[in-house]
Design a protein around this ligand. Structure first.
Ligand code: AMP
Length: 284
C-alpha cells in the first residue's frame, strides 16, 4: 500500500493504472476511519482491481463556526486500518495542495437536492462537497466510487452531479453501519460525552418508531413526524435542526408516505451535530 500526497503524482499513477486495464474503485473520506468507512472499502475491494482511499478534511464544505479545526484526525491509525482493508493507494493531500493560492473554481449547486435539509442548515456545504468530489474524480479517475447512505443527501447530490456533468463514473450507495445500540457510526461520535451518547440513541429510535408506524399503515407524514419529534425532544440535551419525511429522489417534503419516502433528521447533541435517516416503508 502506498500513500501519495502530490496531485500530479496521484493522477499520473491512476491514469497509468487505467491504461493498464485496471478497474479503479474509489472511496473518498475525511478519515478517522470507522466501520462505516470500512464497509465501503470492503465493497470497493470487490468492485475494482485497485482500491483507492482518499483522506481529506475538505475545508470548503465547512461553514464558519463549524468543526473544521477540531475534526478528529489520526492518519497513522487510518493507514493501518486501510492496509488491513486491502487498500492499494491512499490519496492524502494537504488543503494547500487542493486549494492553492489563486484557486477560483467552484461547482455551483442548486434546487431541492442541495438547498433543503443539510443545504438549508449549512449554506455552502454542498458547493464544497461537489467541488471536492469533482476534483477527486478528476485526480483518481475511478470507474466506480462508493458513498454511504448515512449522508443520504450527499449521495443524492453526487448521483445527480455525475448525471449533470456526464462524469464517466458509477456511483454505488452503501447501507448505514450502526453501533450495536443503533447509533449510526460517525467520526464525530467521539465528541459525545457519555450522557450525550446515551441521549443520541433517540435518533435511531425516532426513525424506528416512524418506520413501525408507516409499516403498520399510517400514511400521514405529519402524524408520523409528530411521534418522532416527541421522542427526540424528550432528551434534554438534544436540539433538533430538522426532522422531515421526503421523497428519496427529489428530497421534497411529502404529505402521504409511500415506498419512496425517507425520514431524514439532524440533531445537535450539545455541540455535536448528528445526522441520520431511514426509508419508512422500503427495506434496504
Ligand atoms: P466522511 O469521512 O464522514 O466524509 O464519510 C466518508 C464516506 O463514508 C461517506 O460516503 C459517508 O457517507 C460514509 N459513511 C460515513 N459514516 C457511515 C456509516 N455509519 N455507514 C456507512 N457509510 C458511512
Amino acid at each position: 500500500m502506498d500513500t501519495v500526497s502530490d496531485i500530479t503524482e496521484m493522477q499520473r499513477r491512476c491514469l497509468a493504472l487505467r491504461e493498464a486495464g485496471k478497474r479503479i474503485a474509489f472511496v473518498p473520506t475525511m478519515g478517522f476511519l470507522h466501520e462505516g468507512h470500512l464497509s465501503l472499502l470492503q465493497e470497493g475491494r470487490k468492485q475494482g482491481d485497485v482500491l483507492v482511499l482518499s483522506i481529506f478534511v475538505n475545508p470548503t464544505q465547512f461553514g464558519e463556526g463549524e468543526d473544521l479545526d477540531t475534526y478528529p484526525r489520526d492518519f497513522e491509525r487510518d493507514e493501518s486500518l486501510a492496509r488491513e482493508a486491502g487498500v492499494d493507494l491512499i490519496f492524502y493531500p494537504t488543503a494547500e495542495t487542493v486549494y492553492p493560492a489563486n484557486y477560483c473554481s467552484y461547482l455551483s449547486v442548486e434546487g431541492s437536492l442541495t438547498e433543503t435539509l443539510e443545504g438549508a442548515c449549512r449554506p455552502g456545504h454542498f458547493r464544497g462537497v461537489a467541488t471536492v468530489v469533482a476534483k477527486l474524480f478528476n485526480i483518481v479517475q475511478p470507474h466506480v466510487a462508493l458513498f454511504g447512505r448515512k449522508d443520504f443527501q450527499q449521495l443524492a447530490m453526487i448521483r445527480q452531479m455525475v448525471r449533470d456533468f456526464n462524469m464517466p463514473v458509477e456511483i454505488k450507495g452503501m447501507p448505514i453501519i450502526r453501533e450495536t445500540d443503533g447509533l449510526a457510526m460517525s467520526s464525530r461520535n467521539v465528541y459525545l460525552s457519555d450522557d450525550e451518547r446515551r441521549q443520541s440513541l433517540a435518533l435511531n429510535q425516532s426513525l424506528t418508531l416512524a418506520a413501525e408506524l408507516a409499516r403498520g399503515g399510517e400514511s400521514n407524514a405529519h402524524k408520523i413526524l409528530e411521534v418522532s419529534l416527541k421522542r427526540l425532544t424528550t432528551e434534554p440535551d438534544l436540539v433538533v435542526d430538522y426532522v422531515k419525511i421526503c421523497n428519496a429522489d427529489t428530497l421534497e417534503d411529502v404529505e402521504i408516505v409511500d415506498q419512496r419516502s425517507v425520514m431524514l433528521l439532524a440533531v445537535k447533541a450539545g455541540t455535536t451535530r448528528l445526522i441520520d435517516n431511514n426509508y419508512l416503508i422500503a427495506k434496504v
